[in-house]
Design a protein around this ligand. Sequence first.
Ligand code: FAS
Ligand code: PHB
Length: 389
Amino acid sequence: MRTQVVIIGGGPSGLLLGQLLHRIGVEAVVLERQTRDYVLSRIRAGVLERGMVELMATAGVDARLKEEGLPHDGTLISYREEIFRIDFAKHTGTPVMVYGQTEVTRDLYEARENIGAETYFEVEDVEIEGANTDRPSVHFTKDGTRHQIACDFIAGCDGFHGISRRTIPEEVRTEYEKVYPFGWLGIISETPPVNHELIYANSDRGFALCSMRSMTRSRYYIQCSMADSVDNWSDDQFWTELKRRLPQSLSNDMVTGPSVEKSIAPLRSFVTEPMRWGRLFLCGDAAHIVPPTGAKGLNTAASDVHYLFEGLKSWYGDGDAAGLDGYSEKALARVWKAERFSWWFSTLMHRFPDQSEFDLRMQWAELDFLRSNEAAQKAMAENYVGLPY
Ligand code: FAS
Ligand code: PHB
């Protein structure tokens, strides 16, 4: 077999790149390890930056997003007995869009099926050959048969546990990692959100986040120990703990109900450099991970896709390789800013097991400054809605 671009990974990165390439007549084949239903069963991101919203429009897959997405002009932050709002509209003139990653992925799969593009599900033993030559190919097994696809380029969109990053020789790669000493226990409930905007809470019992997927479907998180398990948490125990982490003025009106999903996500910061090796380009979680605090995971995958798509568009358009040659440096420049913001917000909002009284006072001083200083709020707003591509 032969195609122009092989995309390894049928998550949001791979699907968005495939859709954008189709729009300019470049053929891409997607290889996905899981089934379509399994990919769509994952509950992950909930907030889209302006850049991601624009990319969905460019890809021609934003009809439902425009209809069902919830534009948010700000977010609340609570700590001690204080509650304050970061006004995105005032500081940046743009909202963020609340629209779940599951829906983004669903829209992208439906669009891909409508154009009849090739997606292989449940592939096994994917291997990349010749990435650092001008004749790369990808090998995989499907239903017991081994296949080989020759191509011009390979997009490694296979997430943190994929094979693409590891195809780049260790002596070429530099990896940076910070593992946080806690996780997030999250639930989905078919209940109206406690507030029309998100609430990030720094409490003496730990972090909590009140989010949503619609005005009838809520997404809540509480910081938990890495040793914790969802089996330790009944719904009632979750709701009781969540309310204890919020000011009463906010939790009094909380509508609780049965969880329809409950899971624990670890928190880690991770970056691999470079994000390119020959004809192999890494996108999204294959190259970097952020703690979900700043809602940057999916959104940084989107900016990678944007840079790679622009590079491929130039190469296929007039043979100009500058975009591809500059991809890793350009993508990493934005990745590191997202890493910094996610690290900063996670450090500000969580309780750390080894936190000293001084460390706690530093959190409160930073929150006091953020609450009272326009420039600090503008800086937060600009990072949250998404720095320019
Ligand atoms: P993905 O991991 O989404 O997709 C990679 C795809 O590649 C998967 O479908 C996988 O099955 C496939 N794959 C892997 N190995 C393969 C192989 N060898 N061959 C073929 N296919 C292979 N971000 C936020 O902004 N907010 C959040 O609240 C948030 N919560 C998260 C919770 C969890 C548990 C996790 C893991 C991540 C969370 N994220 C969150 C980050 C998440 O949204 C990612 O940033 C986003 O999924 C990135 O998309 P992809 O790069 O496409 O990677
Ligand atoms: C979510 O709705 O899942 C969500 C929202 C904002 C975050 C993290 C997760 O910072």
